[in-house]
Design a binder for this molecule. Structure first.
Ligand code: NAP
Length: 515
């Protein structure tokens, strides 16, 4: 039988008492390791993190907690090659795609280490400046951000076992809040290995970091009013979590990052021989294929002016045809597999559903995969299209069904009002990209869709280098309204506010000056 990965609770490694869930190699089907959380004393685990972890971390300040993050980065950099190997075996990703997760996670942690350094030796943050409340100036108001005296539970999705955990852990630890991580079972091995390395290095104080691999059963039952829960995953699971009594009755603070039908919008004034046209084609293709499209921010809907539809379709298909799909250990392969057989079935079902409402413009699934057979979890890119702007008005499914793989739909629009209306049908997304060169139309387009998104990514040909549509940068907020969860993470110091409580203090200005 394969190795059973232990959980880390109460500052001890503890095995679950059940058979466990088996993690597999998505190319070969080989059984890799098992995870199990059966029989864990969750009540004791949460209490330990809340009591010991919180009190230990609160003895430190922003700067000293930032130095813990720096030490963690050192450990992760030393062990990086191991993380890439696990990612290839368990997630089926090529090295460049594993880097989005591994390097992205370490970079984000590094960003928060630097930010923490700049916050000094205090233990709370000031919000803006004092406001006088009395004509004689002897009474005023000052708002503070004070760390919440609870524990942060992270329930993560399968697609970012490194970044998904580190991008949350950085701001939480910096805020002095202990963390309990529950990675998605199918890729929990990598998160487990990273937590193991951090714990072995004895960097963090007791109770600051716990890991629960396997079933999520009962986790939410142990949340208390000052705790926080961050969830990343499907809208279905988000709905279950939102309805738990910890949230509905105890007002546990919650952040949700869920499904998202992100868009790319090519402005009507662009011509097929413009530089911006090529940049658009490259980015859409990259977004469809990086991590086999298993990115919450990936472009799912591509809006182009009706007269450019054929040219975009031809250019995108030609570029997608160059994507070599197969076993990520083969150096010629550019796109690996989906993460599991369940995801493959879900993506194939999504492709079937979309083919009922849109035309298939490109589908590479008839060609053999490199070093991977048909039983593997590989799925090649599929591009759907709705070339008639009139028809686009009546098709609903492309705006509602998130196919979590290398799949997107090209949609023709007749004017910017229609493009805006169709984009809005996503009912709230993480990110929209705008491609064009006329500032006036870009600004108008930005304002027309900004409220439906967490991020607007604008590319004009004067931009010589950029971070990419789907890359989540710690400097900019990540999260979106409506169906994408209504959450907000990152965005520099803003990330820390989730772990702090804003409180108004009213007193004499002299007293407030001491804060
Ligand atoms: P999922 O099935 O909803 O699972 C997400 C996490 O929730 C996993 O850790 C899962 O554990 C856990 N979970 C399942 N049932 C639960 C319950 N009843 N109570 C508490 N936790 C529960 O989602 P997924 O398939 O891993 O991820 C794919 C989805 O995530 C996609 O739809 C994608 O759009 C979304 N996503 C969004 C973002 C974003 O930032 N917006 C980022 C990445 C992914 P088990 O694995 O053990 O079941």
């Amino acid at each position: 039988m394969t190795t059973l990965l232990a959980n880390y609770v109460n500052d001890q490694w503890v095995n679950g008492t059940g058979q466990g869930i088996v993690l597999k190699n998505p190319i070969s089907g080989e059984e890799l390791v098992r995870v199990d959380s059966t029989g864990l004393d969750l009540a004791a685990a949460f209490k330990h993190a809340r009591d010991i972890g919180r009190s230990q971390l609160s003895l430190l300040n922003y700067q000293s907690r930032a130095s813990l993050l720096k030490q963690i980065i050192g450990v992760l950099n030393e062990n990086k090659e191991k993380y890439y190997e696990i990612s290839e075996k368990n997630s089926g990703t090529v090295k460049n795609d594993s880097a989005v997760d591994v390097e992205g996670g370490i970079f984000t942690l590094g960003y928060y280490a630097k930010l923490g350094d700049s916050l000094g030796t205090n233990n709370f943050l000031l919000d803006d400046s004092q406001v006088s409340l009395a004509k004689d100036q002897s009474f005023a108001s000052q708002h503070l951000y004070v760390p919440l005296p609870g524990v942060a539970l992270f329930i993560n999705a399968f697609n970012f076992p490194t970044w998904g955990f580190l991008e949350k852990m950085g701001p939480a630890i910096l805020s002095g809040v202990p963390v309990i991580v529950k990675p998605a079972s199918s890729t929990a091995w990598l998160t487990h290995e990273i937590v193991k390395d951090i714990i072995s290095a004895k960097i963090l104080p007791a109770g600051a970091l716990s890991l629960i691999c396997g079933s999520s059963a009962g986790l939410l039952d142990h949340l208390e009013p000052f705790d926080m829960v961050s969830f990343t995953g499907s809208a279905q699971t988000a709905k279950l979590i939102r309805s738990h009594s910890a949230i509905t009755e105890s007002s546990v603070r919650i952040n949700i990052e869920a499904d998202s039908l992100n868009s790319a919008w090519l402005m009507a004034d662009v011509k097929a021989d413009d530089v911006i046209f090529d940049l658009f084609i490259k980015e859409v293709c990259r977004e469809m294929t990086v991590k086999s499209g298993q990115k919450c921010t990936a472009i799912r809907r591509i809006f182009v002016p009706e007269h450019l539809f054929e040219q975009v379709s031809t250019a995108l298909s030609a570029r997608l045809a160059k994507t070599v799909v197969g076993n990520p250990s083969n150096p010629s392969v550019r796109m690996g597999s989906l993460v599991s057989i369940e995801q493959k079935h879900s993506v194939l079902k999504g492709i079937q559903d979309l083919s009922a409402v849109a035309e298939i413009l490109f589908d590479a699934n008839q060609s053999p995969f490199v070093d991977a057979n048909l039983d593997s979890c590989c799925v090649a890119p599929v591009l759907f299209g709705i070339k008639n702007a009139e028809l686009a008005d009546s098709v609903k499914e492309v705006h509602e069904l998130e196919v979590f793989g290398p799949v997107a739909t090209l949609i023709a629009y007749r004017d910017s009002a229609q493009a805006q209306e169709l984009i809005a049908r996503g009912q709230g997304s993480l990110v929209v990209s705008l491609y064009g060169d006329q500032h006036e139309s870009l600004v108008a387009a930005t304002l027309s869709v900004a409220a439906m998104h967490g991020r607007v990514h604008i590319i004009s040909s004067e931009t010589l280098s950029q971070t990419g549509h789907g890359n989540v940068m710690p400097q900019t907020i990540h999260g979106g309204p409506g169906r994408s969860g209504g959450g907000e993470e990152l965005g520099g110091i803003r990330a820390l506010y989730f772990y702090h409580r804003k409180v108004g203090v009213q007193a004499h200005p002299n007293l407030l000056n001491h804060l």
